[in-house]
Design a protein around this ligand. Structure first.
Ligand code: DX5
Ligand code: ZN
Length: 216
């Protein structure tokens, strides 16, 4: 599938989120929204009310990445609010099948997120329940961290595992002009980039440059 670029607004200016989303809306495919609860990860960002507000101002689908302890309780509400995709973490969900089905029933794509040290193989039987597999390429919690090459073999294994399925393979963390080709070569087709987009002088141009490298 054609590569999708999903800029993470974690690296945008939280005081002017709508403006920063507009900056990339002609260049990007999705807008990645990092929801953190200070329990699943040691950082606190934004939650449902801000996502609801942003939905009114974004021309692009919101790609909500829930790094929270109790996704079974919260994920359905993001889908019902109108998120394009809702990703829950395998390490946090207690009833992933039910939650993933609820997300889909509400009309959003269902995503399953996997941390760097979590193997992907135990989740093979859940592939029919999801529209996207997210492999973290940093330990979740913060933007601007160094890309973890150690995850690349897992990206390759995941690509093989999902062969023949209509399923996105997303990488998130440390994705930049320097690392995106390695991710694409390993089989990823959705690229989250925070610092590489919003840390650039021209975020839209940075998105186009990333897309160009992902397509090579
Ligand atoms: C990290 C978040 C990422 C983060 C990526 O926990 O899930 O989405 O924003 O930021 P960069 O691209 O700067 O590593
Ligand atoms: Zn994320």
């Amino acid at each position: 599938m054609a590569p999708q670029i999903s800029p993470s607004i974690l690296s945008a200016d939280f005081a002017k989120l709508a403006d920063d989303v507009a900056l990339i809306s002609d260049a990007a495919d999705w807008v990645h929204v990092d929801v953190m609860d200070n329990h699943f990860v040691p950082n606190l960002t934004i939650g449902l009310p801000v996502v609801e507000a942003l939905l009114k101002h974004s021309a692009l689908p919101l790609d909500c990445h829930l790094m929270i302890e109790d996704p079974d309780r919260w994920a359905p509400q993001y889908a019902e609010a109108g998120a394009g995709s809702v990703t829950i973490h395998a390490e946090a969900a207690k009833a992933p099948v039910r939650t993933l089905r609820t997300i889909r029933a509400a009309g959003a794509r269902a995503g399953l997120g996997i941390n760097p040290a979590t193997p992907v193989e135990p989740y093979e039987d859940l592939l029919g329940e999801i529209d996207m597999l997210l492999l973290m390429t940093v330990e979740p919690g913060f933007g601007g961290q160094k890309f973890l090459d150690v995850v690349l073999p897992k990206v390759r294994r995941a690509r093989k595992m999902i062969e023949g399925r209509d399923l996105w393979l997303q990488v998130d963390g440390g994705v930049s002009a320097e690392t995106i080709e390695r991710c694409a070569e390993a089989g990823a087709d959705v690229f989250v980039a925070g610092n590489a987009v919003y840390g650039a002088d021209d975020p839209a141009e940075a998105v186009r440059a990333l897309r160009g490298k992902a397509q090579q």
